[in-house]
Design a protein around this ligand. Structure first.
Ligand SMILES: [Mg+2]
Length: 171
């Protein structure tokens, strides 16, 4: 049985997501985790390639929304630079923030992609709602100290995911 912890796809970073999967799966919007997915942990710096990637998706009329458990002060600084809506204090993996993001974009779960670097928050929550979930490698080693524990279990799970042949692995 496919576990709720298994993403649909596992790639190196958001730039590595093949654009063709969007029309192929009727994806009209993307919910994005912030820390270690769009930017490095607690950094407001957006790499030019990432800004370009956002612009490319907007030109394809794909809706975008940042979904972060972090506070508004932090999230708004990145969301404003990219000119995308956001949900802060999202309480992932509960459904609360995901449903808000879907409402903001006016989309159903089946037309929405979720990109995140954490299995037990981003992916778990996304799978429960039926989003097309994409796991990325965390951008760098630094992160919230409390995340270290879940990373230990993630490493074990990742080995199973990669060998399961149930996930489209492209790392
Ligand atoms: Mg993250």
């Amino acid at each position: 049985m496919r576990s709720f912890w298994y993403p649909k796809m596992y790639v190196k970073d958001l730039l590595s997501i093949p654009m063709e999967i969007l029309p192929q799966n009727n994806i009209k919007g993307i919910i994005l985790d912030l820390d270690n997915t769009v930017t490095e942990w607690n950094s407001n710096y957006i790499r030019p390639q990432v800004a370009q990637w956002f612009a490319e998706l907007k030109s394809r009329a794909v809706q975008l929304c940042i979904l972060s458990n972090n506070g508004e002060e932090r999230v708004v600084k990145v969301a404003e630079q990219l000119n995308v809506p956001y949900v802060h204090r999202a309480r992932k993996p509960t459904s609360y923030g995901y449903l808000r993001a879907l409402k903001i974009m006016g989309l159903q779960a089946e037309n929405t992609l979720l990109i995140g670097d954490q299995i037990f928050t981003d992916i778990w929550g996304g799978n429960r709602l039926g989003l097309f979930t994409v796991l990325v490698k965390p951008l760098n080693g630094k992160e919230f100290p409390g995340t270290k524990v879940s990373r230990f279990f993630e490493r074990i799970l990742l080995k199973k995911i990669v060998s399961s042949q149930l996930v489209d692995v492209r790392v």
